[in-house]
Design a protein around this ligand. Sequence first.
Ligand SMILES: Nc1ncnc2c1ncn2[C@@H]1O[C@H](COP(=O)(O)OP(=O)(O)OP(=O)(O)O)[C@@H](O)[C@H]1O
Length: 293
Amino acid sequence: MSHHSGTPVVLELREVGYRPRGTDALLSDLTLHVHDGEILVIAGPNGAGKSTLIRLIAGLSEPTGGEMLLGGRPYRTVPITERARVIAYVGQSEESDDRLTVSQYVSLGQLPHHRTGGRGDSARATDEALDLADLTRFAGRRMSEISGGERQRAKIARAICQRPRILVLDEPTNHLDPSARGELLSLVSGLGITVVAALHDLTLIEAFASHVALIQGGRLVAHGHPVEVLSSERVRAVFSVDLHRMQHPVEARQISVLDIPIEGRFGTGALPQETPGPAASGAPHLRAVATRG
Ligand SMILES: Nc1ncnc2c1ncn2[C@@H]1O[C@H](COP(=O)(O)OP(=O)(O)OP(=O)(O)O)[C@@H](O)[C@H]1O
C-alpha cells in the first residue's frame, strides 16, 4: 500500500531486523516511512514485536540489520543529545521518582535543552506542558500523591515539555479508564507533531491514527490507513476476533465494534472440582449473570 502525504519523511526504516544474540529474530525486514505530522500506530498481537520496534525507534536499542534514518540521517550519526531533543519516549512501565513534585517531574523533559535555552524557557515549557495535560492543579503534589491515570498524563506532559519533533509511546492508554483513554489520545493528537505509538485497542486506533503498521511475528503484515489495514478479514486472521464496522446509531459516521469470543463461560470442567463446600456459594449468582448472554 503506498501513500504520500506531501510532507517530509522524518523517520525511515530500511529492511530493519533485530535479533539479540542467541535468539530467533524478533523483528525482520521492516521497511517503513513516517512523514512529518503523521500519527502512526504500531498494532499487532501480544509478542508481535511492538515494544521491540518502539524501543528501536526511540533509540534505546540498535537494529542488528538494516538501517534507520532520522530526518534522512542514519541514527548512529545523530549525536545522542541531539536525538534527545528530537525524540521523546514514554515507555510502558517507567518508574517515576515519587519524591518529585508533578511540576519537577514534568520539567525533566527540558534536560536535553539546558545548554540551548535559558531558565525562563524551561519554566515556560513546563507550565505549558502542565496546562496542556490538565495537570496545573496538581503541579505542587508529589508524584506518589496522584492517581495512575494522572501519572500517565504526567509522563506525557514530561515528553511534551521536551518539545520533541517525534513522540514515541508504548501502550500509553494502559491502565486508563475509557474516557481517560480518549482524553489522553486527544491530547496527543492535538499536539500536531509526529507520533509513533504501540496501541492495543483496535477500536481506538481508527479514531486516533492517521496510519497503522500491523506487525505479526516481527514482520510487517500491512501498512496504510487504519480502515484499510484493519479490515475485518485481516483482523480476524491476525487477532482471531471479529471487528464489525457499523453505522453510529445517531451520528453520520462509522464506529467499530469488537466481538471477542469468551469460551468456557458455563464451566467445561477443565479444572476438576472435588468437594463443593459452602465456599462455592457465590457461584449460582455468577452463573445467572453468564447465562444472560
Ligand atoms: N531481549 C529479548 N530476548 C529474547 N526475546 C525477547 C527479548 N525481548 C523480547 N523478547 C521476545 O520478543 C517477542 C516480542 O516482544 P515485544 O515485547 O516486542 O512484543 P509486543 O508486541 O510488545 O507484545 P505485548 O503486546 O505482549 O506487549 C516476544 O516473544 C518476547 O518474548
